[in-house]
Write a protein that binds this ligand. Structure first.
Ligand code: 5GP
Length: 118
């Protein structure tokens, strides 16, 4: 499926709609989820146009993949959720419950995550 340039995270990347930025580098943007499910709920996205985790794993450069995971670790430290832990989720496709078709990792921390399958 072709990447949808009108998805909400593409608009955030273009600056068409605002976000509460947590972290940014050449390859990555991270911002607070608009409807936080935990005290800390950060969305970490690549700046490249990747629809989901499969697209990213197949087509992103090693530098992009490394940057995303380095960013997650750094945000965990900076948000003080590294010690108590957090849930890291990339909902993928319709069965995965993905609503926004631009790869994003949810970082959920600050309170226990609860059961894995709801
Ligand atoms: P998904 O269900 O695709 O894994 O998660 C999409 C997430 O994006 C949801 O947690 C939702 O609250 C968040 N979201 C949707 N629209 C916006 C927006 O305009 N700004 C921000 N910061 N988050 C959004």
């Amino acid at each position: 499926m072709a990447y949808d340039d009108n998805n909400v995270f593409a608009k955030i990347l273009r600056g068409d709609i605002p976000c509460r930025k947590v972290y940014e580098d050449d390859h990555v943007l991270a911002f607070e989820d608009i409807e936080p499910k935990r005290p800390v709920h950060v969305l970490v996205i690549p700046k490249g146009k990747y629809e989901d985790a499969t697209d990213f794993g197949e087509n992103a450069s090693d530098a992009e993949i490394a940057a995303l995971h380095r960013a997650i670790a750094r945000i965990a430290r900076d948000s003080n959720i590294d010690g108590t832990g957090y849930r890291l989720i990339a909902n993928t496709g319709s069965n995965g419950g993905q609503e926004v078709p631009h790869l994003h990792f949810h970082m959920l921390g600050g309170a226990p995550a609860g059961p894995m399958i709801k």
